[in-house]
Design a protein around this ligand. Structure first.
Ligand code: 5GP
Ligand code: MN
Length: 327
C-alpha cells in the first residue's frame, strides 16, 4: 500500500481507466479515483472505451469520461503521466488504447480479482475484499481522508453496493459494512443510490426478464438462462443494460451454480457464472479462458448454442461435485 500511496503523492498527471463491459465497481472506482485526484490538486483524465450502462449514469452528471478509441491516432497529448487501472484483472481487458498503456511512466494496478495477473508496475490487489471500491476507499483514506468528498463517497458506495449484490454476497464482512458506513458519513446517500441502482427498472427490462425466464432450466443443481439478440430486439433493451439478469438463476432454490448465457454476436456468447455456497465458479470460467472471483466469474465462448450449454453444464456439474460432493 505504501509504495502506491507514495507514487500517487509524488506524481502530477494521471490517466484513470478500468475494464471493458463496465459495471458499477468499474465506474464507481474509476470515477472516485479521478475525482479524488483532482480534489488533491492533481491533473487526472478519465478514459474508458466502452458504453456506460444507463443505471450508472447518475454518477456522471458533472463528470466526463473520454474515449481513446475516438481520439485522433489515440493521442492523449500528455508528456508524462501514470496510468491507474482499477478493477481490471488482465491487461487485455483494459478499456483503453494500447499505446496509452505503453507510454505511461508507471502503471498502477488496483484491484480485488483473485485472477489478477499483476500486470502493473505497482500492484495493489486484495482478493479477499468485496470490491475494488472497498480497496480504493482504504487507499484514499491513507492518502488523505479529509479529501474524500460527497461525489467520491457516492461513487465508492455505488461500487461496493453493486459488487456485493447490495451487501448480499459472501465476500461481505464487518469491514465492508464499516467502509460503507464511513462513506455515508462522507455524504453517500444510500437510499438515493439504492433507488438509482435497484428500484428503477424500465418496463422494457421487465419484458426482457420475462423472455429470458422462459429459457430457465435447472438440472443437477445447475441453473441456466439464455438471452438472445432477438430478445433484446423484441424488448427494446440495449446489450450494455443487461447485467441485472445475471443473478436470476443463482437466486433460485436448489441452484448451486447459476449461469447466464448472453448472445453478444452471432456464435459468440458472454457467460456469467455465479454461486452462493462453497463452489468456486472462477475455476469454471478459467476452463473457458475467463476469470473473476470465487462466487462471480465470467468468460466468452464461441460456437453452437447447444454445445455451449452442454459444455457449461458438464464443467459446472464437475465443479459442484468437487466442491460440494453428492450431498
Ligand atoms: P460478469 O459475469 O458480471 O460479467 O463478471 C463477473 C466477474 O468476472 C467480474 O469480476 C468480471 O471482471 C469477471 N469476468 C467476466 N468476464 C471475464 C472474462 O472474460 N475474463 C476474465 N478474466 N474475467 C471476467
Ligand atoms: Mn469488481
Amino acid at each position: 500500500m505504501q509504495e502506491l500511496v507514495e507514487r500517487i503523492r509524488q506524481k502530477k498527471n494521471f490517466v484513470v481507466t478500468s475494464h471493458v463491459n463496465p459495471d458499477g465497481d468499474n465506474i464507481g472506482s474509476s470515477v472516485a479515483m479521478t475525482r479524488y485526484l483532482r480534489s488533491i490538486g492533481k491533473d487526472a483524465v478519465h478514459i474508458l472505451d466502452d458504453d456506460i450502462p444507463e443505471n450508472l449514469k447518475f454518477l456522471l452528471s458533472d463528470h466526463e469520461i473520454l474515449r481513446s478509441d475516438r481520439m485522433q491516432d489515440n493521442k492523449l497529448g500528455l508528456d508524462s503521466y501514470d496510468l491507474i487501472v482499477v478493477d481490471c484483472s488482465v491487461e487485455n481487458r483494459i478499456a483503453i488504447a494500447p499505446n496509452i498503456i505503453e507510454e505511461a511512466d508507471c502503471v498502477l494496478n488496483i484491484d480485488h480479482h483473485m485472477s489478477n495477473t499483476n500486470f502493473g508496475d505497482i500492484n495493489f490487489i486484495l482478493p479477499e475484499v468485496s470490491s475494488t471500491c472497498e480497496v480504493l476507499t482504504g487507499v484514499l483514506r491513507n492518502i488523505d481522508e479529509d479529501a474524500i468528498g460527497e461525489s467520491v463517497a457516492t461513487a465508492l458506495y455505488t461500487g461496493i453496493s453493486t459488487d456485493t449484490g447490495n451487501f448480499l454476497f459472501p465476500a461481505v464482512n464487518e469491514k465492508t459494512f464499516q467502509t460503507a458506513a464511513f462513506l455515508t458519513t462522507k455524504g453517500a446517500d444510500r437510499v438515493t443510490i439504492a433507488n438509482e441502482l435497484y428500484r428503477n427498472e424500465s418496463l422494457e427490462s421487465r419484458k426482457l426478464t420475462r423472455l429470458v425466464l422462459e429459457t430457465f432450466q435447472i438440472e443437477n443443481r445447475v441453473g441456466m438462462i439464455v438471452m438472445t439478440q432477438a430478445m433484446l430486439e423484441e424488448s427494446g433493451v440495449d446489450y450494455k443494460d443487461t447485467d441485472f439478469i445475471a443473478n436470476i438463476p443463482i437466486d433460485t432454490k436448489g441452484v448451486s451454480v447459476g449461469i447466464l448465457i448472453k448472445e453478444r454476436a452471432e456464435g459468440e456468447y458472454k457467460i456469467s457464472v455465479r454461486s452462493k455456497e462453497r463452489v468456486d465458479v472462477c475455476e469454471i470460467a478459467k476452463k473457458f479462458d475467463g476469470g473473476g472471483h470465487y462466487h462471480a466469474s465470467g468468460c466468452t465462448i464461441c460456437g453452437e448454442i447447444s454445445e455451449v450449454i452442454e459444455q457449461l453444464q458438464k464443467v459446472s456439474e464437475e465443479q459442484i461435485l468437487k466442491d460440494l460432493g453428492n450431498g
